[in-house]
Every structure is written in structure tokens, then in C-alpha cells.
Design a protein around this ligand. Structure first.
Ligand code: NAD
Length: 333
């Protein structure tokens, strides 16, 4: 029984209002995974799907993917642009032009200060979410005019930064210091997480790894199954020695990279590049050969034990969070 006669699943936050979505849940920008299939499924479920710009080989291919996604959903979706070290130089300016000229309304930037692109995004009326792993970067993003930040705790998949601060500290700090809305990112997979994030001051959650293990994620079934079987202990932090730390699934390739990084002297990226290059990750996702390369995975794999559709997942998380707030928490008072 809902106390104020509102139907379930109508949690309103600054995130749902600003992004024009039904539920306060945003998909993480995932290399090779953030394609139209997953993005449209997440958006059709009432959350925000995100296409990953660099998954597309060229800016023209990104424009085509945006058009393809539009045919698959009439709901809002965003584009993620990650700026981190890459093996091949990326024409970021041309990707930005493709995003803006495609009429995208929401962009998630990550990896580096988005300042160079802000005037272009803002003049096009784009809502900018910046993903950051520290409060100082979140404050900087706010001062640059970002509309929202996604605060990425140490638990997260991919690049957690070098500070190693978990969300139990980062999120309340963000609530104290930021005036713009923020998403809680890293470690979220269920309604308990959503309720906790809202309690800590976030306006919603961002989930990458959890959406990776859904029916619509365009990756091999074996990868999904492996993540279902995995525990919270099955991730590894590679590239620590290069100050480009990345949390990946702990497979034999990740173990080999760690062994090379543990050798005395400075690690040379060239010594590990053949094992970790992104294209091997893409091939792994396509073939299901789990030791072909590395793939990003968060500690949250310990909380993942099924492969639902995006709609089932989003509805379950929202219903569970609502129940916790209305029943467990309210009854404590
Ligand atoms: P890639 O093939 O160019 O590089 C593979 C990995 O090596 C990436 O993690 C990259 O950051 C790292 N790397 C590349 N050159 C490096 C150097 N000189 N020193 C240290 N590390 C180096 O990258 P990709 O797989 O094609 O991915 C494209 C972009 O997406 C990269 O910027 C990558 O970091 C980013 N990415 C982000 C996440 C995440 O945070 N969730 C996950 C995967 C990829």
C-alpha cells in the first residue's frame, strides 16, 4: 500500500527531472558495450542509456550509431566521451562535432577535464554530466558549468583514479560540497544500493557492470555467465604502476599484467600493450574466449547473480528501493 496514493516506480529526483527520464538510473559508458542495442533497451526501460563514442571506429560511424539508436527508442539517451590515454590518437574534436551535429541532448564526459569542449556543448544546449573519481574534480566540473556529475567510487569498473576513496566517503562529501545534482557510480546493482545512494545525497545511480550482465548487452553469453558466477574478489587493479589504474575482471591476462607490473623497475606500457589493447577486449566480448584480453568489471560482480532484461532489472531495482524506503526505513522511525 503506497501511502500517498502514487503508483509505484515514480521516484522523482533532480536527475529524473533534468534528464527527462522515469527512473533515477543511468547506464555507465562502456567501451564496446555501449551500442544501440543496450542503450535503447536501457532508455526504453525508463532509465538513461548511453552510447560510448569511442566504441565507434570513426566520428561518422558514431553519427550512424546515434541514428540507429533513435530508430530503436524515442526516449532520451546520451553519448559518453572518455578522454584517457589510448594506444592510437583519437580525433576528439571530430567526435565532439559528430555528437553536437547529431542533436544529442545529453553528454557524459569522463577521464579528463571537459573544459575545452564546454563552450560547444553549452552553446548547443547540451546537458553535460562529468564522471569524476574525486571531490576536487567534481568541484572543478561544477565550476566549469557541468550540469551534473557522476561520482565514481573506488569500487567501480574501469578507471577509478588513484585516490582509492570508496563511495561511503565520496557520496556524503559530494552532498556536502556540491550544489549541482550528482549520480552515485561504482558498486550499484540493486534496490538497496539505490536507496543507500539516495540516502547519502545522490539523485540517482549509474551502473555499468550490472547492465553488462543483461539480456540485451551485446557481448558473448559466456562473459555474462562468468560474471554471474564471480564473487566480489574477482577483480584486479591493473596499470597501477602507470598511474592509469583500471579495474578489470581477474582472468589469466590480468594476472600476467600484474606479474609484469610487480617486477623491479619501471613498467613499460609497451611490454603489456599487446595483452591489454582494447581490440582484444572487443574480440573477447565477441568470441567468449575469456582469456583473450581484459575487460572492465566492478566489485559489484559479487552482487550479480542473474541475466535479466534491462526492463526487468530497472523495475526490480526501483521497486526494491521504494519498498526499503517505505517499509524498512519508515518503520524504523
Ligand atoms: P586502448 O586500446 O587504446 O588502450 C587499452 C588500455 O590501455 C586502456 O585502458 C588505456 O587507457 C590504456 N593505455 C593506452 N595507452 C596507455 C599508456 N601509454 N599508458 C598507460 N595506459 C595506457 O583503449 P580502448 O580499450 O580502445 O579504449 C578507448 C578508451 O576508453 C580509452 O581511453 C580507455 O581508457 C577507455 N576505457 C574506459 C573504461 C572505463 O573507465 N570504464 C573501460 C575501457 C576503456
Amino acid at each position: 500500500m503506497l501511502g500517498d496514493n502514487r503508483p509505484g516506480g515514480q521516484m522523482k529526483t533532480r536527475v529524473t527531472q533534468m534528464l527527462g527520464i522515469e527512473h533515477p538510473i543511468v547506464q555507465g559508458g562502456m567501451q564496446w558495450v555501449g551500442r544501440a542495442e543496450l542503450t535503447s533497451a536501457v532508455s526504453n526501460a525508463g532509465a538513461l542509456g548511453i552510447l560510448t563514442a569511442l566504441t565507434q571506429p570513426t566520428p561518422e560511424a558514431l553519427s550512424a550509431e546515434i541514428a540507429r539508436c533513435r530508430e530503436m527508442t524515442d526516449k532520451p539517451f546520451a553519448v559518453n566521451l572518455t578522454i584517457l590515454p589510448t594506444i592510437k590518437p583519437v580525433p576528439y574534436g571530430e567526435y565532439v562535432d559528430a555528437i553536437v551535429s547529431s542533436g544529442i541532448r545529453i553528454v557524459e564526459t569522463a577521464g579528463r577535464n571537459p573544459e575545452p569542449w564546454m563552450p560547444l556543448f553549452k552553446s548547443a544546449g547540451i546537458t553535460v554530466i562529468h564522471k569524476c573519481t574525486s571531490i576536487r574534480h567534481a568541484l572543478k566540473a561544477q565550476s566549469l558549468g557541468c550540469d551534473m556529475v557522476s561520482v565514481d567510487g573506488f569500487e567501480c569498473a574501469g578507471h577509478p583514479g588513484e585516490d582509492d576513496v570508496t563511495n561511503l566517503i565520496l557520496l556524503p562529501l559530494a552532498a556536502r560540497r556540491l550544489s549541482i545534482p550528482f549520480l552515485a557510480s561504482g558498486g550499484f546493482a540493486d534496490g538497496r544500493g539505490l536507496a543507500a545512494a539516495l540516502a547519502m545525497g545522490a539523485d540517482g545511480i549509474n551502473m555499468g557492470t550490472r547492465f553488462l550482465v543483461t539480456k540485451e548487452a551485446p557481448i558473448h553469453e559466456r562473459v555474462k555467465q562468468k560474471m554471474v558466477e564471480a564473487s566480489e574478489l574477482d577483480t584486479a587493479l591493473i596499470f597501477r604502476t602507470l598511474r592509469n589504474t583500471s579495474r578489470v575482471f581477474r582472468n589469466s591476462v590480468a594476472e600476467q599484467v600484474l606479474a609484469i607490473e610487480a617486477q623491479p623497475g619501471e613498467t613499460q606500457f609497451e611490454d603489456i600493450a599487446p595483452m591489454v589493447k582494447g581490440v582484444r577486449g572487443r574480440e573477447l566480448f565477441e568470441s567468449g574466449d575469456l582469456d583473450h584480453g581484459v575487460w572492465s568489471a566492478g566489485m559489484v560482480i559479487g552482487l550479480i547473480d542473474d541475466i535479466p532484461t534491462c526492463k526487468e532489472l530497472v523495475e526490480r531495482i526501483v521497486a526494491e528501493a521504494e519498498q526499503i524506503i517505505r517499509e524498512r526505513l519508515t518503520n524504523l522511525l
